[in-house]
Design a protein around this ligand. Sequence first.
Ligand SMILES: [Fe+2]
Ligand SMILES: [Fe+2]
Length: 344
Amino acid sequence: MPVNPIFNPDGSDDVENRSIWFGKTTNLMQLNDVRYHWAVSLYQQMRENFWVPQKLDVTQDVVDYWNLTKAERHAYEGILSYLTFLDSLQTCNIPHIKSSITAPEVSLCMAEQISQEGMHNQSYQYIIETVIPSEKRSAVYDFWRTDKVLFRRCEYIASLYQRYIDYPTPERYFVSLVADFLLEGLYFYNGFIMFYSLASRMLMPGSADIIKMINRDELSHVRLFQKLIPEAMEIYPHSVDQIYEMFDAAVHHECEWTNHIVGNNILGITEASTHAYTKYLANMRLRSIGLEPLYKDEKYKKSPYAHLERFSDTKKEAHTKANFFEAGVTSYVMSSGVSGWEDI
Ligand SMILES: [Fe+2]
Ligand SMILES: [Fe+2]
C-alpha cells in the first residue's frame, strides 16, 4: 500500500482528482472545496461531541463498588481492562490506516478519531484510579495479559492489524478496515451493556455516564467505517465470503469472552441474551455496509437489550443531555467557548 509522502509539491488535491485512497495528495488540509461532504459533517459532529471525563462525577461509584457482588466486581474490572485494551489498540493502529488516506476531509475525521480513542483511555484510567482500590489497580490494567481467555481474544484482534503492518498489501489493508469496523461496531457493546445493566439498578451511575459518552463517540467511528468500507469494496481485492467469515469469527469470540467474564452472573444478562444481542448487532452492521444479514432467525431482528439502550441515549443523534439520575449536562454542544478550561 502506498503511504503518503510527507512533502509532495507535485501532488494535487483538486476535488475532481481526489479519492480516499491512491490519490496524489499534497497533504495540505484543503477543506474549502471537498469531495466527500459526509466527512465534513461527520467531523463537525465528532467535534460537537466534545466532553471531558473528569467533569463527570463518579463519587457514588466509589461507594457502590463495595456493594457489588463478587461476580459484578469481577465483570466490572475485567471489562474495564478489555475496553482499555481496545482503545489502546485503536490509538496505535488508526494512524497506520490513516497514512494511506488521500482525501484530506477523511483524514481529518481519522485525526479526530485518534484523539477520541486516546481520551477514552484517559476515561478508563479516571474510573480505575477513582473507583478501584489502589492495591488492585495494576491487576486491572494487567488483566488482558493475565486472563487466558482475554489474552487470546486480544491477540486475535491485534493479529488482524499486525498482518497488515508486517506485509502491507491492499488485500491486508482491506482486512484491517473490516477488522476496525468489527472493533468499533461489535466489540464494545456487550461491555457497555454490563455498565447500563448495573446503572438500571442504580449501581455505578458515574461509570455508566462515562460509558454513555464513549458509546456515542464509538458510534461516530462506526459511521466513518460504514462510509469507508463500501468504497473500499469497490477498489480492493476481497471476497464477500471473507467478510462474512470475519463477522462470524468476531461474533464467536465476542460471545466466548462475554460469557467468560459476565456469563449468567449479572442480573439482566444471560449467555442466551449475549448471543442474541451480538448476532443482532452483527446483522445490523452488515446491513449498514450493504450486505445481507448473516443470522436469519427472527430472534436476531431485535435487540434483547432495548430497555437498556434507552439509557445509552445514542438513538437521539448525538444529543445526549442528561446523565443517568440527575439533570446534569454531560455533553457540550459548543457555540461560544467551553467552560472548564480556565484552570488549564
Ligand atoms: Fe474509543
Ligand atoms: Fe473507536
